[in-house]
Design a protein around this ligand. Structure first.
Ligand SMILES: [Zn+2]
Ligand SMILES: [Zn+2]
Length: 367
């Protein structure tokens, strides 16, 4: 049994027909992706964005995922273009090109004209058409949003949004400038651009909460619950009252900066020991240390941004509030490098040229 031989013309017709069917299916995917986007699907798993989510779940290339999400978000604004694809009259790639052209402010006539050109020709048209109409501007403005949402136990937050160009540039510039500042401060500490940008956003938020002129972070008075049955209470997770669960690093940070009360719980969750509020560094000591150091004491750092005293020997390891055990360090070195990235101050380094070293304070010192 042999298939009847098909002519090139027949094969071509069939090939084009299959592509049209693919396009119809793609158009249906746009509707689904649009609904998933509105349902904030990326939050249901570890995806950072809708593009990540589509890429992971469809097992497609990133460019394909990006085009799918782009079209899904834009088809509502270009129903004619999308309808053409839904009818099998335009391919996926053609539709993306036409939507981009329409988004760039091309007239309906120009978009129509683009269907008579090859895709490279449409790309050239796009280059010549970059102007945004006031109607587009209003739509872009109306589409603006920012969302920040915690996961169930509030150990992680996810944030995303969309902004008009000018707003995006303002936000981007503020974050980039602050991130670059941290990049200079960070020196040899390995941080990624993404990490620095989040650190920058955190600092900007902290400025807003504390007042931009304040040099010292004010942290709220918090109650931390620890498991009192354990020999080493800092190794357990703690719960800040009415707040997110925190790990041992965050706990140590709170002990370092905050006005804090620590409550130890027994097996039944009954408080068996409560620390006095005086556990935070007394303000006379804070002032003495601040005047003595004047600037971040980490070698090479000249930052005066949110200078704070930090315990060289951790409080949990028996370190005291004596000025000799306190070093003034900037927000970046304090919150990012030490309390979150796990560096610590080398106690043997000179008082005004402190070195950061890796490793557990309880383990042996590196040679
Ligand atoms: Zn500290
Ligand atoms: Zn510093």
């Amino acid at each position: 049994m042999f298939r009847e031989t098909r002519t090139v013309a027949q094969l071509k017709t069939q090939l084009v027909d299959v592509e049209a069917q693919i396009s119809v299916l793609r158009a249906e995917q746009h509707v689904l992706v649009n609904e998933l986007d509105r349902a904030q699907a990326p939050q249901t798993d570890a995806s950072r964005s809708m593009v990540d989510w589509v890429q992971a779940h469809l097992d497609v290339k990133r460019d394909t995922a990006r085009d799918l999400v782009f079209a899904a978000r834009r088809f509502g604004h270009h129903r004619g273009i999308h309808g053409r694809m839904l009818n099998g009259d335009a391919t996926f790639d053609r539709t993306i090109a036409a939507v981009k052209l329409a988004d760039a402010g091309a007239t309906e006539g120009d978009v129509e004209e683009s269907y008579r050109r090859d895709l490279a020709g449409v790309a050239r048209m796009l280059g010549h058409t970059k102007h945004v109409t006031s109607q587009d501007e209003r739509q872009i403005f109306a589409d603006r949003f920012f969302t920040i949402q915690p996961n169930l136990d509030e150990s992680r937050y996810r944030m995303w949004g969309e902004a008009p160009g000018v707003v995006g540039r303002t936000i981007g510039k503020a974050i980039c400038e602050r991130a670059d500042e941290f990049h200079r401060i960070a020196g040899d500490l390995p941080t990624s651009r993404g990490q620095r940008q989040l650190d920058a956003l955190t600092a900007i938020a902290q400025d807003s909460l504390d007042g931009a002129t304040s040099h010292e972070s004010t942290s709220p008075q918090v109650t931390v619950f620890v498991d009192a049955r354990q020999d080493n209470p800092t190794e357990t997770t703690a719960e800040v009252e009415y707040g997110p669960r925190v790990g041992p690093d965050a706990l140590e940070r709170i002990l370092c900066t905050g006005r804090v009360r620590v409550v130890g719980l027994d097996t039944n969750g009954v408080p068996v020991v409560t620390s006095p509020l005086g556990r935070a560094i007394p303000s006379a000591v804070r002032h003495t240390v601040a005047r003595r150091d004047g600037v971040c004491v980490i070698d090479g750092c000249t930052s005066r941004y949110r200078l704070q005293p930090h315990h060289i020997i951790r409080y949990a390891d028996g370190g005291t509030h004596h000025p000799d055990n306190l070093a003034t360090i900037c927000w970046f070195h304090h919150h990012i490098a030490i309390h979150q990235d796990g560096y610590r101050i080398d106690p043997d380094s000179p008082p005004l040229r402190r070195r950061l070293i890796r490793g557990s304070p309880r383990g042996p010192d590196p040679p």
